[in-house]
Write a protein of this length. Structure first.
Length: 137
């Protein structure tokens, strides 16, 4: 929700929180989108995680989340110096939207970049996976 209004909602699919740092580029977006869309994390008939969001024709809700770049090494106040400023982050966020739509072969849902959002999640499993494009190898 943004300002008390529902911006987007999905049923079965993935909530993707995207943190962008200055070292990220379009090749990271391409790689990450492919990984997200094809990651086999949904159960098949034998209760084995063997189905991707694309296989099950699920939805994706993409939310920009600069706080994922927080450093908590010193003190008790997180530092967000690694998080990209809007002039770098917005074009990559928009590229991620387009790339996910291409890879998923359907429209995805989004939050609003920089907005104060209220995000609710019913996490099945729960399954939460961190994917860092700097650890591709």
């Amino acid at each position: 929700m943004i300002d008390g209004k529902m911006k987007a909602e999905i049923k079965k699919g993935l909530l993707v929180l995207l943190g962008i740092e200055d070292l990220d580029d379009e090749s990271d977006i391409t790689w990450l989108s492919n990984k997200i869309v094809n990651l086999r994390i949904f159960d098949d008939d034998q209760k084995i995680p063997n189905i991707s969001v694309k296989d099950q024709q699920g939805d994706i809700l993409l939310i920009s989340q600069f706080t994922l770049q927080a450093s908590t090494k010193k003190g008790n106040r997180p530092s967000y110096l690694r998080a990209s400023k809007a002039e770098v982050a917005i074009p990559l966020y928009e590229k991620m939207i387009r790339q996910l739509e291409i890879d998923l072969d359907k429209k995805i849902f989004t939050g609003e970049f920089g907005a104060d959002m209220k995000v609710s999640l019913l996490n099945d499993g729960p399954v939460t996976i961190v994917i860092d494009t700097k650890n591709k190898e």
